[in-house]
Design a protein around this ligand. Structure first.
Ligand SMILES: Cc1ncc(COP(=O)(O)O)c(C=O)c1O
Length: 397
């Protein structure tokens, strides 16, 4: 059984802080300092270039992909790590579009994260084949699926509202229309159990720095369903996705299976931090995690709503339709969030007016939720946010 008191002790959290922003950047696993130090000292320091073979650096993107794969329901050998999520979205979308030569529509929704939409725009321009990016409201996605659809590209959990799409249903609808599906799991991986194989997803990508707690700049992952791996042509044909990188052939030949989605040199130090994070995840029962996450988000909503009438809940009330975050709309949300942070409750703000709070059961419990709700109520009831200092915007919100 997953003991959430025990997992809490495995993270470093600064004294006096209630951390409700693990949906943006997870906290540091305590073991990461030693794990990264070991890679620096014993591997890079002592082995020098020998680390690629002797310390297994080159094999890590696949090996860690398989460990992470359990959390997202991926078949062994279908996930690889590297690059950033933006890059992995581009690669997956490019491969999917090429597998749909007679269709031109990419469908997404207005709740998708901008980088996914920007990457699609850039890819469309580069291809120059008249593809069209259609963006509809999240509730209108299913109705827009039709015979012109090449790829349905969605982020499962809306980064602003926390609304969760029905992955199985939309994947089925897209497949019935002859389309392929690409899921962005940035706010899903580590938030609840994802079932990529079970839902029949074609492609997926996600990051490891949010709920997975692998640190700032941690590598992204890409999933390609086994049935597509031999057909998926890598648009970013880097040497480490080549069938024989160290043959240094002048022409590109795609590697076997998911290996072809690698691009260049893997980020070894970040992989070490990810390993420390996965050591924790290996022991986590995802059903228990989900049950706890729902308890915490339900509690927060129940405590905040009656005491903060100025905050408008934008996260679905039905727990089955949300990820592991709760968001409120408030016109002075930026200042209110700064007032909260000044009082030790860390969440974040997304323009134009969304206050976001992430709930990660690995290190957040009922006590923290109660205290955070009390502090939020105090900020709102006494208009503590109405201080000029809290209105000055930092670069990262
Ligand atoms: C849904 C989603 N996709 C993509 C990204 C960012 O991708 P990258 O890791 O390339 O910065 C984010 C960042 O928060 C995100 O929430």
């Amino acid at each position: 059984m997953t003991d959430f008191t025990a997992t809490r002790a495995l993270f470093h959290l600064p004294e006096g802080v209630i951390y409700l922003d693990g949906n943006s950047l997870g906290p540091m696993p305590r073991a990461a300092t030693d794990r990264v130090a070991r890679t620096l000292r014993d591997e890079w320091g002592e082995m020098l270039i020998g680390g690629w073979n002797r310390a297994g650096w080159m094999a890590q993107p696949r090996a860690l992909g398989d460990r992470l794969g359990r959390l997202i329901g991926a078949e062994p050998g279908s996930v690889v790590l590297g690059d950033t999520l933006s890059i992995k979205v581009y690669q997956a979308l490019a491969a999917a579009l090429e597998m749909q030569p007679d269709r031109r529509v990419i469908l997404s929704d207005s709740g998708n994260f901008p980088t996914d939409l920007y990457m699609a725009e850039g890819l469309i321009a580069g291809l120059g084949r008249g593809h069209q990016l259609v963006i509809v409201a999240p509730e209108a996605v299913e109705d827009r699926i039709g015979p012109d659809l090449a790829v349905l590209m969605l982020t499962e959990v809306d980064y602003r509202t926390g609304r969760r799409h029905d992955m199985a249903r939309l994947t089925r609808a897209a497949h019935d229309a002859g389309a392929l599906v690409l899921w962005d799991l940035a706010h899903s991986a580590g938030a609840f159990a994802v079932d990529l194989a079970g839902t029949g997803a074609d492609f997926a990508a996600g990051c490891t720095y949010k709920y997975l707690n692998a640190g700032p700049g941690a590598p992204a992952f890409i999933y390609v369903a086994p049935r597509h791996q031999d057909a998926a042509r890598p648009a970013l044909s880097g040497w480490l996705g080549h069938a024989a990188p160290f043959a240094f052939e002048p022409a590109y030949r795609p590697g076997a299976g998911i290996e072809r989605m690698r691009v260049g040199t893997p980020p070894v130090l970040q992989m070490a931090a990810l390993e420390a994070a996965l050591d924790i995840w290996d022991g986590v029962d995802m059903d228990k995690l989900r049950a706890r996450s729902i308890e915490l988000t339900e509690l927060f909503i129940a405590l905040v709503e009656p005491r903060c009438p100025d905050l408008h809940l934008v996260t679905p009330r039905d727990p089955g339709q949300r990820g592991s975050q709760v968001s409120f709309r408030f016109p002075d949300g930026y200042a209110a969030m700064q007032a909260l942070i000044a009082r030790g409750v860390i969440g974040d703000f997304r323009a134009p007016d969304i206050m976001r709070f992430g709930f990660a059961p690995l290190y957040i419990g009922e006590d923290e939720v109660r205290r955070a709700a009390d502090i939020l109520a105090e900020v709102m009831e006494n208009r503590l946010w109405d201080d000029p200092a809290y209105h000055i915007r930092a670069a990262v919100t």
